[in-house]
Design a protein around this ligand. Structure first.
Ligand code: ADP
Ligand code: ASP
Ligand code: MG
Length: 405
């Protein structure tokens, strides 16, 4: 019997009516003669609500307790979905991360999956059950609950699909697939039929939050095709595979944006070996990821260093950088949080000149000032003021002919 894996995001299970809708879709797939494993996210904004609650109780909630708390959101939705399937006359069983065999390291709030022990899932499938797994969570060797980072249910789904050798991982959400830009910002964005892992990974990392980048990475690593489609319609979605078709190679594939961006500048640093190390090592120890880094050419032995972090980590990052800046003799430290990134991505850009110039022209034409620029082989990113992000994405979408496919 073919095995298929569905994942439903928070918006798809936001209330009891939607859970019943999801149950009907799963029942239909089961009736068509498949074995089904389902991964679910927490209902609607449950995870945000739980985070808020924790911070109402404590300024610095304990990492371990916070992960147990957040994992309960997915436990609620998985049990309700199993009940809903039961009332449709289907045998279904819910499993939390530990029961589903999701073994992780012990980095609370950003745990990485070490392996998936599929014994229990396989046993339930053999009994004829539909298996509903609570996404976003796992368990350490010491049997402590961990969470995989926000948006982590996608990663759970692809990891289980890989471990069970399911032919495809089907991710159901509130949009009909992956669009050339966030459809909430660009009404004439176009749905892509197919996209390569490479492009999707870059787009997901720079703001296409329709799928989590680690899920794309795992899909590529274990060669699991990923379908992104809507849980509210029957339309075909977007398939993420190794190679998208040849004719699109010469194009920009999408315009991503991200507003979870902040910038820190350390000004007036005496320039000698070790300054970058002194600043970035403590940030790494505190688990803070730094994205763009720019060091100015030094003038009379004095330099400035600018870098970006996630806005949600700015306060923590500043509390680390300020004392270091003082200790290395820097004049001052400044932070700016009302920033955003806009990125153009496409394998067609590799070894082809002209894309950067067109990007800068598009931004100039809508009067947008670029603060920093970074590139990879298939991406160019500009950091701009947050209030201009909509204009920037729409201008780039037009400049690179994405509304015409
Ligand atoms: P879920 O609750 O299913 O996990 P998410 O909110 O995480 O859903 O992801 C779906 C959202 O991703 C969409 O509502 C859409 O606004 C956003 N999104 C951002 N960029 C894109 C894009 N390029 N294509 C499709 N959706 C996108
Ligand atoms: N519920 C978690 C979150 O909101 C995980 C997920 O939805 O994928 O981040
Ligand atoms: Mg999501």
């Amino acid at each position: 019997m073919p095995l298929i894996l569905h994942k439903y995001g928070g918006s798809s299970v936001a209330d009891s009516g939607r859970i019943k809708n999801v149950a009907r879709r799963i029942a239909k797939a089961k009736d068509a003669g498949n074995q089904i494993v389902v991964v679910v996210s927490a209902m609607g904004n449950t995870t945000d609500d739980l985070v808020r609650l924790a911070y109402e109780i404590s300024e610095f909630p304990d990492d371990r307790e916070l992960d147990v708390l957040l994992s309960t959101g997915e436990v609620v939705s998985s049990t309700l979905l199993a009940m809903s399937l039961g009332s449709l006359g289907h045998k279904a069983v819910s499993l939390n991360g530990a029961q589903a065999g999701i073994r992780t390291d012990s980095s609370y709030s950003r745990a990485r999956i070490l392996n998936v022990d599929t014994e229990r899932i396989s046993c339930e499938l053999e009994k004829g059950n539909i298996v509903i797994v609570a996404g976003f969570q796992g368990v350490t060797q010491e049997m402590d609950t961990t969470t995989l980072g926000r948006g982590g249910s996608d990663t759970t789904a692809v990891a289980i699909a890989a471990a069970l050798k399911a032919g495809e991982c089907q991710i159901y959400t509130d949009v009909e697939g992956v669009y050339t830009a966030d459809p909430r910002l660009v009404p004439n964005a176009v749905k892509l039929e197919k996209i390569s892992y490479e492009e999707m990974l870059e787009l997901a990392s720079y703001g296409f939050r329709v799928i989590h980048p680690r899920a794309v990475e795992l899909g590529e690593l274990y060669d699991v095709p990923i379908l992104v489609a809507s849980s509210f319609s029957e339309r075909s979605g977007t398939v993420i595979v190794k190679e998208a078709s040849m004719e699109v190679r010469n194009k920009v594939r999408g315009i991503a944006h991200d507003t979870n961006v902040a910038k820190i500048t350390v000004i007036g640093i005496p320039d000698h070996p070790g300054i970058a190390m002194n600043i970035f090592e403590p940030l790494t120890r505190a688990n803070i990821s730094v994205d763009t880094i720019v060091q100015n050419a030094s003038i009379e032995g004095i330099t400035d260093l600018t870098f970006t972090v996630a806005r949600s980590e700015l306060v923590k990052a500043m509390s680390i950088v300020e004392p270091v800046a003082k200790s290395i003799g820097a004049r001052e430290c400044s932070a700016s949080s009302s920033l955003a990134t806009v990125s153009i991505v496409g394998t067609g850009m590799e070894n082809t000149p002209g894309y950067a110039a067109r990007m800068f022209r598009a931004l100039y034409e809508v009067n947008i000032n670029i603060q920093l620029i970074t590139t990879s082989e298939i991406r160019i990113t500009c950091i701009i003021n947050e209030d201009k992000v909509g204009d920037a994405v729409r201008a780039l979408h037009k400049m690179f002919d994405l509304d015409v496919t």
